[in-house]
Every structure is written in structure tokens, then in C-alpha cells.
Design a protein around this ligand. Structure first.
Ligand code: ADP
Length: 396
């Protein structure tokens, strides 16, 4: 069974075609700059050089058309005809309280996803456009929506209700939803296998540390708590997002700087985090380089980032009676040897110990803790596309 995985952003469309027989990626790529000048589609298929098609992409439908033409191209295509694509799996950011699992897309599902635009105005619209474009071009091929929020729907009220007047939850659904769920779910399932435990029986702390970052507490294979909230802004300090801070800062800065709600939201989402602190970059490689060259604010940004990761790990340990593993994933978690080192160093008082030699690697599945560590530390490269494909295959 071949599954096409689609992840639409506001001006981009990422895709992978996966053969579920052996979970092999037959082709993958990215359409960029949709709706603005300088559009291009990158396409990479097994056994062929990368192809880059430079063409104005008026909308997502135009981009998808080029992607599908590439997939069945007679020279470098991965399939002979689109009939060989058995189903499409779509990443959808926000399922609200309506979807605790992936679902086959039909009109009813689309209505609910559309209704959730109110609580995810930045994220759901491009996902909806992607689904509609696929429907128009690919006709009746079965499609599945896999939600970033679904894995977190098991979080109990004690962790999803904010200490605000309860009526805001009832009237506006203001509550913790959590994001990166597909990634937390994937590494949870992989970690259970690596640790030789039943999924129902595994307690974990999963750290997705990338440009956006979040940490989850997983009890019995199910999410119990997570650091992102009503939006992806809460929790860790991220590439460009503030994470946790005193909410009173928001009206204070708005007044001082004469900012509208949209402008303030943009400051907190796009100009803050390690970029805002350092003034150097949101990219952790740039920060590590700058810190090594003696840039104090780059070092401070890294210190704040790592400190907050440790604090969340500490807090989540208090929510479970034991922990079978702490998992690192995503760009920083998989690749930054020093971040893992420094996070672990601050957890010594809990008996957690890293093995420097085992930790000296990037981007591979491994247990990187010392034999006598109180809790195993694992690195597991995340694979959201494969998780979406697995969910799609399961449902169709
Ligand atoms: P997202 O999917 O949220 O855009 P990623 O999970 O791809 O982000 O993570 C991107 C981050 O990972 C960047 O900040 C990048 O600097 C960091 N990263 C990638 N490789 C390394 C590395 N070798 N060392 C440190 N950081 C790295």
C-alpha cells in the first residue's frame, strides 16, 4: 500500500510517498513560496538526482499538481500512475476537543475542522486548503486527517484547565490542547519497543526539542501532561516563541509599545525565544557557534532553554510514580550533543547520568545514559510522516 503524506503550511507543502510494505520512502519533497513570487518544487525519488522545478505557484492546488506530475513522471517518477497511490494522510494541526484520534475525512469531519479554525486561525486554514486541493485533483482516493492535538486528548482536566474563570473554557474552549502530538506518539511507541515494555505499561517524558519545542508526560502509553497549551506558545523557550512568562507582561508591553493584539502576538511568536534573548539567531547551531566565540547573550539563550527543559522534566517526574525513560527528539534533541549533555548534567541530583561516549552521536536511535542511571535517556529521531502514514494505513 502506497500512502501520500501531505503537510501544508501557509506558503508551503511538504510531501512523502511511503510504501507501507517496508515503510520505504519512494519520493519526498517540498513546494515552497506558494502564492508569492519565486515558487519552486523540490522532488527527490529513490535512485534519481534531486529535481527542482522553478515555477510560480499560484496556490496549493497548483503546487500539488506539480508534485503529482513529478510522482508519475516517466523519467524520474516513483509510480506509473496516480492509481498506485492508495490513500492520502493529511497533517491537521488542530482537532480541538472533537478528535482524540485520526479519522477518515468526510464532509462531517471537514465541517468540524472548519469550525476549529476559530481556535486555530493560523494553522488550520492551510491544512483545509491542502485537503480541498487533493480532493479536487485526486477525486475519491481515501484521505485521513491526523491531528497534532489528538495524542494529547487523554490529558485530564487537572492538567488542561487554566486557572481562569471556568466560563472561558465553556464559552470559548480556552484550555490546554498541546501540539506535536504525532511526534510524541511516534517516539512513545518506539521507546516502548526499545525498552522492551508494553505500550500500556510505559511511563515516559518525551522531549521534542526543535525550532518549536514541547515536552510531554506519558503515563501508561497515554499523554498525561504537555507543555504547549491553548496555542503552541506556552512552555519551553523556543526558536522564536516566548514559552512561559508572566501574563501581565502582555498588556504592559502592548501599552508601552502601542501594539495591537496581532502585533503583540507576532512579537511573542516570531521575535522572542532564543532569537529574542540572543539577538543572534533562532537556529541552535548558530547559537552554539556564537556562544563558543564568547557571545554572552547567545550563551544566556542556551542556558535559559536548557534550564527550562530541566524544570519541565523535574515537574513531570512528580506526576508519575516511576519513569521508564526520558526521550530526546527533533532537530535539537536528536543532533545537539551539548544540549543533551547539559540537560542531563542538571539532573544529577535525581540519579540521572549520561554516558558521554554513547551520547557522542547525532540522529540515530540509541540509549545514551550510563548503566547505573536511575532513568534511561534515549535519543529517537522523530518521524511524523511515517506516523501519519501508519495511521492512514490503519484507517483505510
Ligand atoms: P522544526 O521542525 O520545528 O522546524 P527541527 O526539529 O527541524 O525544527 O529543528 C530545527 C532546529 O534543530 C534548528 O534550531 C537547528 O539549529 C537544530 N539543529 C539541527 N542540527 C543541529 C546540530 N547538529 N546541533 C545543534 N542543533 C541542531
Amino acid at each position: 500500500m502506497n500512502i501520500l503524506v501531505i503537510n501544508c503550511g501557509s506558503s508551503s507543502l511538504k510531501y512523502q510517498l511511503i510504501d507501507m510494505k517496508d515503510e520505504k520512502v519512494l519520493a519526498k519533497g517540498l513546494a515552497e513560496r506558494i502564492g508569492i513570487e519565486g515558487g519552486r518544487v523540490k522532488y527527490e525519488a529513490e535512485g534519481h538526482d534531486e529535481v527542482v522545478i522553478e515555477e510560480t505557484l499560484a496556490d496549493h492546488k497548483a503546487a500539488l499538481k506539480i508534485v503529482l506530475d513529478s510522482l508519475k513522471h516517466e523519467e524520474y517518477g516513483a509510480v506509473k500512475s496516480l492509481d498506485e497511490i492508495d490513500a492520502v494522510g493529511h497533517r491537521v494541526v488542530h482537532g480541538g476537543e472533537d478528535f482524540a484520534e485520526s479519522v477518515v475525512i468526510d464532509e462531517k469531519v471537514m465541517k468540524v475542522v472548519n469550525d476549529n479554525v476559530e481556535i486555530a486561525p493560523l494553522h488550520n486554514p492551510p491544512n483545509i486548503i491542502g485537503i480541498e486541493a487533493c480532493r479536487e485533483i485526486m477525486g475519491d482516493v481515501p484521505m485521513v486527517a491526523v491531528f497534532d492535538t489528538a495524542f494529547h486528548q487523554t490529558i485530564p482536566a487537572v492538567n488542561y484547565i487554566y486557572a481562569l474563570p471556568y466560563e472561558y473554557y465553556e464559552k470559548y474552549k480556552v484550555r490546554r490542547f498541546g501540539f506535536h502530538g504525532t511526534s510524541h506518539q511516534y517516539i512513545t511507541e518506539r521507546a516502548a519497543k526499545m525498552l522492551g515494555k508494553d505500550l500500556d505499561d510505559v511511563n515516559l517524558i518525551t522531549c521534542h526539542l526543535g525550532n518549536g519545542s514541547s515536552i510531554s508526560a506519558v503515563i501508561g502509553g497515554k499523554c498525561y501532561d504537555t507543555s504547549m497549551g491553548f496555542t503552541p506558545l506556552e512552555g519551553l523557550a523556543m526558536g522564536t516563541r516566548t514559552g512561559d512568562m508572566d501574563p501581565a507582561i502582555v498588556p504592559f508591553i502592548m501599552e508601552k509599545e502601542k501594539l495591537t493584539p496581532d502585533e503583540m502576538s507576532s512579537v511573542m511568536n516570531k521575535k522572542s525565544g532564543v532569537l529574542g534573548i540572543s539577538g543572534v539567531s533562532s537556529d541552535f547551531r548558530d547559537l552554539e557557534e556564537a556562544a563558543e566565540e564568547g557571545n554572552d547573550r547567545a550563551q544566556l539563550a542556551l542556558d535559559i532553554f536548557e534550564n527550562r527543559v530541566r524544570k519541565y522534566i523535574g515537574a513531570y517526574l512528580t506526576e508519575m510514580d516511576h519513569c521508564d525513560g526520558i526521550i530526546f527528539t527533533a532537530g535539537v534533541g536528536e543532533n545537539s550533543i551539548t544540549t543533551r549533555e547539559r540537560v542531563a548534567a542538571g539532573l544529577k541530583s535525581l540519579g540521572i547520568k549520561l554516558d558521554a561516549e554513547k551520547n557522542d552521536m547525532r540522529g540515530k536511535e540509541a540509549i545514551v545514559s550510563a548503566q547505573d542511571s536511575s532513568i534511561p535517556l534515549l535519543v529517537i529521531p522523530t518521524n511524523e510522516e511515517l506516523m501519519i502514514a501508519m495511521e492512514t494505513a490503519r484507517l483505510v
